[in-house]
Ligand binder design. Sequence first.
Ligand code: FAD
Length: 411
Amino acid sequence: MQTVDVVVIGAGPAGTVAASYLQKQGYQVTILEKEKFPRFQIGESLLPCCMEHLSESGLLEAVEKQNFQKKTGAAFMLGEKRCEFFFSEQFTKGWTWTWQVKRADFDNTLAEATRAKGVDVNFECEVLHVACSEDKQVLEYRDVNGDSHTIQCRFIIDSSGYGRVLPRLFDLSKPSAFTPRGAIFSHLEDIERTEEASNNIFVHSFDDNKSWIWAIPFSDGSTSVGIVSDKEKVVELAENEGQKYKDFIRNFEDLNGRFKDSELKFEPRHILGYSVGVKTMYGEGFVLSGNSTEFLDPIFSSGVTFATASGLLSAKMTDRHLRGEKVDWKNEYENVVQKGIDVFRSYVSGWYSGDFQTIVFARYIDQDIKNQICSVLAGYVWDTSNPFVKKHDTILPTLAKVIKMKEQQEI
Ligand code: FAD
């Protein structure tokens, strides 16, 4: 039986960041990945904070060579109203830009760069069974030919994303408190794109804050366009090969005809009920990272940044554990990851309650407040010197209430 130090399940952003970091520390690391890369994945708009994680794991340079679309901000729209955030103005001192990427290319770049560092990256190898104990972990997987294999290691990092390998096998999943929603999306030709539309993600809110559209531009001139709404609406939009999605995108007034004559690069795909939680993020012989932990909602494009943040932190904890240090997994890992998730949870709740829109589309928004919110949107959700991080659970509803009262008095 093959024996290595660490097996990472999944070669997405969480898995490759974790594996690359551990390889740098001198461990023998194997990745088992179910799919053949490049493969499609949703989650195309990154946040500046993830650049820190790519840099620390030694993967930034490989991504820099890919000519991905630069992203310098985010623009929110509600009918005629609009509010633009520029990452260069954010409160936290950090990265002021990032990329928007086709995940097939981005993830493949990360996987190949990870392999080039010496990690054994195995595609088309699906992990089926796992047995964990204090110092020996055994994984059974099936390769592309249908042959079964067993591999042994000292520690497992589960970065299997939506596959949720260990949460499924060890019954660790927990339902999300959010309303079950879905998304339908495709990539479209974007002939009429302005320079401003190239550097930003555009988010259009509609349907009384219940639904929204994303437009995420890529460097090849195409744009990812998705509609997020409640499950029933998404199922309806997906009927007849997404005919209603196509009609909607082409005729939605707030898009001003941007995609009126655009060809779709592929038939619309949809995904339902993606929000999910987890009972614990670690156990004897393993840790979860990325979407294997908790996924909230796509509205603030936080998924990949959480994947890289938790991938990196899980690797650092694993390194210490393998060196024989006593790691306090609860306080040093789970609570840290959870803290960031909880900040975004407040903003996701604020989006669907309309408080976020009340603030950003107010007649007047204080620039300092805007810069502090901007840092949350850039992914710096662990910077507790930012009041919009520190008081995340109360600050949006309180501020929205004050703005509503003030605007009513002005009428
Ligand atoms: P993944 O990227 O899912 O990678 C996990 C890998 O594990 C996969 O390659 C998979 O094949 C592999 N795997 C699964 N099961 C097994 C198995 N049994 N054995 C071996 N390998 C296995 N995030 C953003 O940052 N920006 C966005 O704009 C954004 N938009 C989104 C829109 C929607 C509609 C949704 C639902 C999500 C969006 N996200 C976005 C979130 C993003 O998709 C995820 O958070 C991100 O991909 C998580 O990365 P990961 O590395 O944890 O997992």
